[in-house]
Every structure is written in C-alpha cells, then in structure tokens.
Design a protein around this ligand. Structure first.
Ligand code: CUA
Length: 348
C-alpha cells in the first residue's frame, strides 16, 4: 500500500513528459528561490549584525547593477515559465481535430461512457493507443471531476453544460480513473479504469459490443420517437429550423447575434428551446427537459452531428437549399428513413 502511494504515476499520454518536466522545473525553481532567499537572509543577519550600541549602518542608494539584476533576472525567468505554462495549457485544452469523440455522463457515484459506435461502459473506458480521444462530459446531478493521473488530465464535469478534455495514450495499459471533486458520501468510490489498447485490439473490442447501433443511429430513433421530425423537416420548409449541416455552423439568433451550433447549443435548444430562438422562426418548440436523460441528449446530438452536410457540399443556407443526400455517416437517414444501422461499427 505504502509503495503505491509513494510512487509517481505512469506517464502514458502525449503531454505527460512535457507536463512532468514543467512540474519538476517549477519545483526546482521555486525551491531554489525560497532556499536562496532564506540562506541570504540568515547570512546577512550574521554578517551585518550590529556589533556596538552606537554603530550606524551605511546607506547605499541607487546601486543600478544590483537593481537591474534582481528585477530583470526573476522577471525573465518567471515570464519564461509563464509562456511555457500557457503553451502547455493551450495544448491540454485544445483537442486535435482528428480526435475520436466519446461522451461521459457523471452521476452520484459512477461514470457512464458512450462510444460514437454505440458501445456503452460504466466506470471503464476502452481507448486505442496513438489516437487522440476527446471527451464531452456532463453531470446528471452535482459537480464531479474526471481525473486520470497517468494522462495528467483533470477536468470538472458540471450539470447543465458540457466540458471537454482530451488525451492520447502512448502505451497500452490499465490506468486509474478518479473523481477528483467531492460529490457526496461515496465520492471515494467513484473510480474506474481506462484501458488503452493497441488499435487492432481496440477494433476487436469494438466489434464485440454495440448491439444497438451507433450513437447517431440511437439518436435517430429518439428523433422519430419524440416527434422531432414532425417539425424539423429536412427540406428547409418546415416550421422549425432545418438541421442538415447544422453542427458547428454559425446560427443567427433573434436579438442575440450569432452563436456556433456546438454540443452545448444543441443541448440547450432541446431542454430550453426558448433560450435562443433562431432568426425567422417562431417560438413553438416545447421543452424536453426531464423527458430525456443526459445519455439520450448525447445520442440526439450525435445524430444532429451526423446529419451532413453531404461530402463536398456547401453548407445549405439557413433559408433552405435542399440537399439531396442526407447525412454523411453510414446508416444515418433523413426523415422517414428506416435505415437504422445495426451493422458492424465503422472504422474511425
Ligand atoms: Cu463524483 Cu466525487
């Protein structure tokens, strides 16, 4: 037990080595400064102590070399650390464009994870080595925090919004996942494992799961089940906005300018449709708050994400040009489509 507490966690992600270096350099630098000041203080107390009762110290003012040194040198060093820290922070915060997106729903006291191919896991996440994995995370209740020490990533997970983090595993293995935000009685039990696998093993693992089809096709089922297709027509002439090619596109909002249709925007539009009404449309959509679980919301978002634009096509205008092919992902159909994919997962 003692050894496992004392040992340094594995360094198993692409940022881990730089993170370690930065951490130890900060420790070294701050330690050197602290010890240096303390030693100089003690030396000065002894060397320059008052020896006679009438002894007066000699005042030296405006000694330029000393002033330039003690202001300039720390400034350079610490601004250098700041610049490096900012660069590392941006790297940690910005998922690469070719990341696989996985969805995480936290609740007291477990982690529920969904793969784009449709596999679901609890307190376990299987990932391929050498591919960046982006997590889009939300909580069903209180604030949690997704912490994988071996990857040097930690990100708070909040109710009613999505936060993201990413990592790319560099070696196969089994790594601890913790909740790092006190969230109630069984907070300490809210733990799990990340399984980093070789791409071939991962592909094999994927093929053994996902009886319900991809995340997007699960979302497509919900889209029809909850009657979304009755208003969101895909020809641009329905009473509600066309959703083809919506994802990550700028949207004109009544009285509010432009917003990007990201995961958070789509989630908000489902649970609180009045918050942002698309320019030119009426306030007619009912709220689905309380009717859909966080996992179902994630499935609907995956469906909207999968809805085109068709490969190589221009984004359809908001006033409605009509795309002829629905969707870009295999098995994702337009309104009335019964093509719900149950086949093997796509290679990603
Ligand atoms: Cu969840 Cu602590």
């Amino acid at each position: 037990m003692r050894t496992s507490i004392a040992s340094w966690p594995a360094s198993a992600s692409t940022i881990a080595q730089e993170y370690n270096l930065f951490f130890w350099l900060m420790v070294l630098l701050c330690g050197t400064v602290t010890i240096g000041i303390a030693v100089f203080l003690i030396y000065s107390m002894i060397r320059y102590r008052r020896r006679r009762d009438d002894e007066m110290g000699q005042q030296i003012r405006n000694y330029i070399p000393a002033e330039v040194t003690w202001i300039g040198l720390p400034l350079l060093i610490f601004f250098g650390m700041f610049a490096w820290g900012a660069e590392l922070y941006m790297k940690i915060k910005r998922p690469p464009d070719d990341s696989i997106t996985m969805y995480v729903v936290a609740k007291q006291w477990m982690w529920k994870l969904q793969h784009p191919e449709g596999q679901r896991e609890i307190n376990e996440l299987h990932i391929p080595v050498g591919r960046p994995v982006k997590l889009v995370m939300t909580s069903q209740d209180v604030i949690h925090s997704f912490f994988v020490p071996a990857f040097r990533t930690k990100q708070d997970v909040l109710p009613n919004r999505y936060t993201t983090t990413w990592f790319e595993a560099t070696q196969p293995g089994k790594f601890h996942l913790f909740c790092a935000e006190y969230c109630g009685t069984k907070h300490s039990g809210m733990i799990g494992w990340i399984y980093a696998m070789s791409p071939a093993d991962y592909q094999q693992w994927l093929e053994t799961g996902a009886a319900e089809g991809s995340l997007a096709s699960q979302g497509e089922k919900l889209f029809h089940q909850y009657g979304c297709a009755n208003c969101h027509h895909f020809d641009g002439h329905g009473p509600c906005p066309d959703l083809i090619g919506l994802y990550d596109r700028p949207v004109q909002i009544k009285d509010m300018g432009t917003v990007i249709a990201d995961d958070s925007y789509i989630r908000e539009s489902i649970v609180d449709p009045r918050a942002k009404i698309v320019l030119g449309f009426d306030d007619i959509m009912p709220t689905f708050k309380g009717q859909l679980t966080e996992e179902q919301l994630v499935q609907l978002i995956a469906y909207v994400k999968a809805l085109g634009p068709p490969p190589g096509a221009e984004f359809p205008g908001s006033s409605g040009s009509t795309p002829h092919d629905y969707g870009t992902q295999k098995g994702i159909g337009g309104p009335g489509s019964s093509a719900i994919s149950t086949g093997p997962p796509e290679k990603r």
